[in-house]
Write a new protein. Structure first.
Length: 296
């Protein structure tokens, strides 16, 4: 029997080699974005370095949500856009803005000299809100006047010891400034209406404060309960009225407008400051009242 011929199968594997695939351009887009961002960053640094303080404040104001009141935004100048509402614009009912007090001296302005701005605000509010704003402004004026007057008396070398003679009260009628007699330190000679020099000096300081205020003025004179011995027609009524009128002349002399004087009266001993002691020196006094609600 013949042997079968053995054959082997040869398998040839061919590996086809090819070049790398074509790369996409996404990296170029990312790189371009990075370069653009860096250029914008350095441009911003350059602008911040070149801008003035006022321009920087304008930029800050533009991006600061200071007010929720509806208003238009826009630049009033280079880099000076604003969103805060202009003074006097109230598109919705809002609570009156508190008026912050400021520290000042006797020769500085009293808040009454900024009335125009408050009046502009008041015209855009309801009657109740406007009254509240004006009352708040008046209270600030009174506090400012009291502070300035007390400071002026304390700093006057020739008026040392008279601080106790000054009584200032915020009353329903208005800001009442009273100059009292002290034991051994009267304002007038006994039974006379011509004041001492120190009384005139105090009234000068009072006038310097009062003349900057917008309110009308009421002046009154008061005596103690001591009666005249000679039984003449001249009594504490005439004396208190004459002293009040002397105070009026002094205020006018130091710059207070005559048109602001609403009344000048003598009260005699009918309104004692110390009712339990009708003869007390403090009952002899001058009263200058800034009348509430008359400065609108």
């Amino acid at each position: 029997m013949a042997r079968k011929a053995t054959t082997s199968t040869i398998v040839v594997r061919k590996i086809k080699k090819s070049g790398h695939g074509h790369h996409g351009g996404a990296w170029k887009v990312a790189y371009a974005d990075f370069v653009t961002a860096m250029m914008a960053f350095f441009l911003l640094l350059w602008l911040l370095n070149a801008a003035t303080k006022e321009q920087l404040e304008g930029i800050s104001d533009y991006f600061s949500p200071i007010s929720t009141t509806a208003s238009t935004s826009g630049g009033g100048g280079l880099l000076a856009g604003k969103t805060i509402a202009e003074t006097g614009v109230f598109d919705t009912a809002t609570a009156p803005k508190a008026l912050a007090p400021k520290v000042s001296t006797l020769d500085s302005d009293i808040p009454g000299e900024d009335d125009a701005q408050d009046d502009d605000i008041a015209t855009n509010l309801s009657d109740e809100q406007a009254d509240a704003v004006l009352e708040q402004r008046e209270e600030q004026q009174f506090r400012q006047a009291e502070t300035q007057l007390r400071q002026a008396i304390a700093e006057a070398p020739d008026l040392q010891g008279l601080a106790k003679s000054l009584l200032i009260e915020d009353t329903p009628e208005g800001l009442r400034i009273q100059i009292l007699d002290q034991e051994g330190l009267p304002m007038f000679p006994v039974g006379e209406a011509e004041m001492f020099a120190h009384t005139l000096r105090v009234l000068e300081l009072v006038a310097r404060v009062v003349q900057r205020m917008p309110q009308d003025i009421a002046i009154s004179g008061h005596t103690d309960a001591t009666r005249y011995q000679d039984k003449t027609a001249y009594s504490n009524w005439e004396l208190s009225a004459d002293r009040a009128n002397a105070a009026r002349r002094a205020l006018l002399q130091f710059g207070v407008a005559e048109t602001r004087v609403s009344r000048v009266v003598g009260r005699a001993a009918t309104e004692p400051l110390f009712a339990d002691d009708p003869q007390a020196p403090g009952n002899r006094r001058l009263s200058v009242v800034l009348l509430r609600g008359t400065g609108k």
